[in-house]
Design a protein around this ligand. Structure first.
Ligand code: AMP
Length: 129
């Protein structure tokens, strides 16, 4: 059975798309820690990120880098954090979170409540294509 993230990459479940290529898909996290909080996934299903092949992992990080560069420009943040948890959804993903301090990447803090319109505008700002 396809994971929820596969369904997102295939367009069966809606998402706020940020970027896509043949092998990877990026979209806004629906419970963002910060404006622009993005998830990057491989289109091939694999639960644990370190079970990806070396080439898949390298390609995923390269893809994430292009988005992080864009996030930094758009949000003017100090850095973009690249975090991997994978405790909730069994489909490998990287969190890219615009950050200015440690508190911005504290997963225990309350998430931002954004409207559909706000999510759309944010995704549009980051989108490269
Ligand atoms: P984790 O697996 O611990 O890295 O957490 C999964 C992340 O995926 C959480 O930050 C969720 O907010 C996010 N998430 C779960 N379902 C969706 C969805 N349908 N669209 C966007 N983000 C999601």
């Amino acid at each position: 059975m396809a994971t929820i993230f596969s369904k997102i990459a295939q367009g069966e479940i809606p998402s706020y798309k940020v970027a896509e290529n043949e092998n990877y898909y990026a979209f806004l996290d629906i419970n963002p820690l910060a404006e622009g909080h993005t998830l990057v996934i491989p289109k091939r299903e694999e639960d644990y990120i370190f079970d990806l092949t070396d080439d898949e992992l390298a390609g995923m990080v390269k893809f994430a880098k292009s988005i992080a560069q864009r996030q930094k420009e758009v949000f003017g943040c100090k850095k973009v954090a690249m975090i991997v948890l994978g405790l909730e959804v069994p489909h490998a993903h990287i969190h890219l979170i615009p950050m200015n301090n440690e508190a911005d990447v504290d997963f225990r803090k309350p998430k931002l409540q954004l409207t559909t319109e706000e999510f759309s505008v944010i995704a549009e700002k980051i989108r490269v294509e």
